[in-house]
Design a protein around this ligand. Structure first.
Ligand code: PMP
Length: 411
């Protein structure tokens, strides 16, 4: 979603009566409406989860694109296959090996960001009215994807160690008793969006076992896994259950979202259907973008780029946490992320982050209210992103937010 996204139209468009049922369920996300407010220069946006502009390899990409066109000529500008270039899929397998995943290129499909993978997986599994289980809270646009496919979304709480296994088990049991078992369990186990938490090492096998026993496929979404602030990446869920997990990956946070290169790793039987779904959705992914990523990975030092990106985001996280600790009033709590882009804040009871937002923006700071991340609830929460603004702007934004919350709590 770009900051230039036009404001939603308020009058019913001329052909609204002809819209399909699922189209009527498509509504702009709260985040989208926010971008127009938050793009004012006097407002520090801690809202959007965009990579830092400093972490985007602009110069290097210029060289890479030039070399790709020189080397492949017209072959860089042709149609490709729906599953994506074999060379890039091979490289993606090497990338995933860092998280303990053993996979072969025929199990990988390149997608237009992991967002498209999320859409295609939902498309091949979900009929209108089918149930999908997700975390509470969860990634906003996953909720819109599920809504667009007319899924019923049931959410299971997340705490500081990720999704709560007992709640997951109980939810599966209830759904089975209802005769509407979940089609899949959508999870962001590592540096979760929006809370920033990691599913603990102790819970990982437990969650896999609960899903296996309930016969529910796991959809593991992992765009932030390599942006860890500690020494090593987390072990992916997929690493320990190749048949039970469909894994989504992306170069959006680790290289550049504008390339729109993500992927899905799925067992063969599922992959065949995903390729057919991709064919009808887009014929093929951009060959130029795929060749650019492949060439970048083979000729540039992605590892040093990643190290620099981790340093950038760690510094920003530290700036945010330091200022939060120094300035927030009593009764305000937040998570301490060990990677990724986000801090999740909990306000004192009785406060409503959505109702507060206009005052926050007037006071020079924007965030995403917690309500957008769940089908119900979330009023006391908000998401702060430290990925895009500089440390100086982050400190300014947190100061503005703290001033507002002090005024609110002292009333
Ligand atoms: N999943 C999660 C959890 C995300 O945060 C995002 C981006 N904000 C995506 C998927 C989609 O990323 P992309 O399509 O750029 O790979």
């Amino acid at each position: 979603m770009s900051p230039q996204t036009p404001a939603p139209q308020t009058d019913p468009p001329r052909w609204a009566g002809a819209f399909a049922d699922r189209t009527r369920r498509m509504v702009p996300s709260e985040t989208r409406a926010l971008f127009s407010m938050a793009s004012r220069p006097d407002v520090v946006s801690l809202a959007g989860g965009m990579p830092s502009p400093e972490a985007l390899p602009v110069k290097v990409m210029g060289t890479v694109l030039g070399e790709v066109l020189e080397r492949y000529g017209a072959d860089a500008l042709q149609y490709g296959s729906a599953q994506g270039e074999a060379g890039l899929r091979e490289r993606i397998c090497q990338v995933m090996a860092a998280e303990g995943i053993a996979a072969t290129p025929d199990e990988v499909m390149v997608t237009v960001g992991s967002q498209q993978a999320l859409d295609l997986v939902t498309r091949i599994f979900v009929d209108p009215g089918d149930t999908v289980v997700a975390e509470a809270p969860t990634y906003v646009t996953a909720l819109s994807t599920f809504a667009a496919h007319q899924a019923r979304v049931v959410q299971v709480p997340v705490d500081h160690d990720g999704v709560v296994p007992q709640a997951l088990e109980e939810t599966f049991a209830l759904l089975a008793a209802e005769g509407r078992p979940a089609k899949f369990f959508y999870t962001v186990p590592t540096f979760h969006n929006p809370t920033g938490v990691v599913l603990s090492a102790a819970r990982r096998p437990e969650v896999l076992e609960i899903c296996r026993r309930a016969g529910v496929l796991v959809l593991e979404d992992n765009p932030y896994g390599l942006l860890h602030f500690g020494d090593r990446p987390e072990r992916a869920l997929r690493a320990d259950d190749p048949d039970g997990v469909v894994y989504l990956g992306s170069f959006s946070k680790t290289l550049a979202p504008g390339l729109r290169v993500g992927w899905v790793l799925a067992p063969r039987g599922i992959m065949d259907k995903l390729v057919l779904a991709a064919e009808s959705a887009m014929l093929s992914h951009s060959l130029l973008a795929q060749r650019a990523v492949d060439h970048y990975l083979s000729t540039q030092s992605w590892q040093s780029h990643l190290t620099a990106a981790r340093d950038t985001y760690r510094e920003r996280r530290d700036a945010m946490l330091h200022e939060l600790t120094a300035l927030m009033p009593h009764g305000v709590h937040w998570t301490v992320p060990q990677g990724g882009f986000f801090v999740w804040m909990t306000l004192p009871s009785g406060m409503d982050s959505k109702a507060l937002l206009p005052r926050a923006v007037a006071g020079g700071v924007a965030y995403v209210p917690g309500t957008g991340f769940s089908t119900a609830g979330g009023e006391r929460h908000l998401r702060l992103s430290f990925s895009h603004p500089t440390p100086r702007r982050i400190r300014e934004g947190v100061r503005n937010l703290a001033a507002l919350l002090h005024a609110e709590t002292e009333q």
